[in-house]
Design a protein around this ligand. Structure first.
Ligand code: NDP
Length: 449
């Protein structure tokens, strides 16, 4: 064990030495590699083939200039990226994020996570991620369109249905995917529907893709709770975010009989003791593209609080972080545990810091890690690709049923490997080991590439 622990430490040192300023990337590599030590011990061939050293190096990274003109006629320049991390088990697959915080460290962390998440789905997709430091907030539809067209004018040469298949993420929803697809189609002069997922249902999108990440999160959490004999019905749930993942997590939690009392955006959060009125949230966020603060104006019992962190001080049985990375730090984890939280399910990517996860685990809180719990979105994207290849559209029920089955499989395989290699309730280790083994074995089969 000491030998493999040292090997992992050497690789982590290498990651830091090569890219000292990429903290988010260091953290995710650390989380994955430290948990697979027992697997490495039983499979020394991975070390001999330098699988870890290969996994931490992206197969290809593209950065590019994105020039566009705003409504005032002023020229704007943003930076675009695509990180093609690992294509062992299929074409690169992973979302595009448009947010001012986007940088290479964040995209490498997301791409690395994506490789393992995609492997967990059991579907034939590799891992990638991309985006830009462009901020769609406050921009007109016209400006967003011009930005997307310029972004795709460069990205087009690096993607394709069998090469790399982007999708949405923070700041990239149906509107942006529409503009991106329109420009791709125009340049290629070919209806390669499978080049992007998250498309509208009238142009080869999949029913249930919009709902998939949030619904999938609840399917995973329900499996985790059922195994402990805990009924989700009647439980109080705290959700952060009010975007795609949060909205459909709230919807499914409510359908399953839970009471969701919060949601948030990057300015603050609302607490509604009567339970969140989801139609009102959808109207504010999806129709008016407004701020969550507006909710309190029409719901007299609801309270609005500035700042996002306070959401984790609200008493709950289940916490579902669905906004962004590092939103639950150690202090927030302590507040949740002190208030009696029983389970945490990660809808966002890496929303809990490493010390927050350790604190949950020490306190025996049921913990559903992002790469397993939010894999329903990308799994349904892969189902969208399958429908595009068939030139058919499946019903909502068919897609949702498959999603439910996929989340059950992910839970069961993570649980099985947790029992085989780690603490039986450690789904972080279980998910990492399941996914790592699959990717590593295929990399071995492909030889030194
Ligand atoms: P959206 O852009 O639809 O929503 C993001 C939400 O999080 C908004 O409410 C946003 O508020 C809030 N938010 C964003 N950045 C911050 C921040 N720095 N601090 C506080 N709140 C913030 O994105 P998604 O719902 O698609 O994605 C949410 C998370 O889920 C991300 O981590 C993403 O990577 C992950 N994810 C998404 C998948 C998908 O299918 N969409 C699949 C798997 C994971 P505001 O409106 O103020 O910006």
């Amino acid at each position: 064990m000491a030998d493999m622990k040292q090997y992992v430490q050497d690789v982590l040192d290498l990651v830091k030495k090569r890219d000292p300023d990429q903290e988010e990337f260091h953290n995710t590599v650390k989380e994955v590699l430290t948990t697979v030590v027992p697997l490495l011990e039983k499979n020394p061939q991975y070390k001999e083939a330098k699988i870890l050293e290969r996994m931490i190096e992206a197969e290809r990274i593209i950065t590019f200039r994105v020039p566009w003109q705003d409504d005032k006629g002023e020229i704007q320049i943003n930076r675009g990226y695509r990180v093609q991390m690992n294509s062992a088990i299929g074409p690169y697959k992973g979302g595009l994020r448009f947010h001012p915080s986007v940088n290479l460290s964040i995209l490498k962390f997301l791409a690395f996570e994506q490789v393992f998440k995609n492997a967990l789905t059991g579907l034939p997709i590799g891992g990638g991620k991309g985006g830009s430091d462009f901020d769609p907030k406050g921009k007109s539809d016209n400006e967003v369109m011009h930005f997307c067209q310029s972004f795709m004018t460069e990205l087009v040469r690096h993607i394709g249905p069998n090469v790399d298949v982007p999708a949405g993420d923070i700041g990239v929803g149906g509107r942006e995917i529409g503009y991106l697809f329109g420009q791709y189609k125009r340049i290629r002069d070919s209806y390669d529907a499978g080049v992007l997922t998250g498309k509208g249902v009238d142009y080869w999108g999949s029913l249930a893709r919009t709902e998939a990440t949030g619904y999938g999160l609840l399917y995973f959490v329900k499996n985790m709770l059922d195994a402990k004999g805990i009924d989700i019905k009647g439980k109080t749930v705290v959700v952060s975010g009010s975007g795609n993942v949060a909205t459909y997590a709230i919807e499914k939690a409510q359908t399953l009989g839970a009471k969701v009392v919060t949601c948030s955006d990057s300015n603050g959060y609302v607490y509604d003791p009567d339970g969140i009125d989801l139609d009102a949230v959808k109207e504010i966020k999806q129709v008016r593209r407004g701020r969550i603060k507006e909710y309190a104006a029409t719901h007299p019992k609801a309270e609005y609080h500035e700042g996002c962190k306070g959401v984790w001080t609200v008493k709950c049985d289940i916490a579902l972080p669905c906004a962004t990375q590092s939103e639950i730090d150690l202090e927030s984890a302590k507040a949740l545990v002190a208030n009696g939280v029983q389970a945490v399910g990660e809808g966002a990517n890496m929303p809990s810091t490493l010390d927050a996860i350790a604190y949950f685990q020490q306190n025996k809180i049921l913990f559903a890690p992002a790469k397993a719990a939010n894999a329903g979105g990308v799994a349904t994207s892969a189902l969208e690709m399958a429908q595009n290849s068939e030139r058919l559209q499946w019903t909502f029920e068919e897609v949702d049923g498959r999603l439910n089955g996929i989340m059950k499989n992910i839970y069961e395989s993570a649980k099985k490997n947790a029992e085989a290699y780690a603490d039986p309730d450690d789904l972080v280790a279980g998910a990492n080991i399941t996914a790592f083994k699959k990717v590593a074995d295929v990399m071995m089969v492909h030889g030194l590439v």
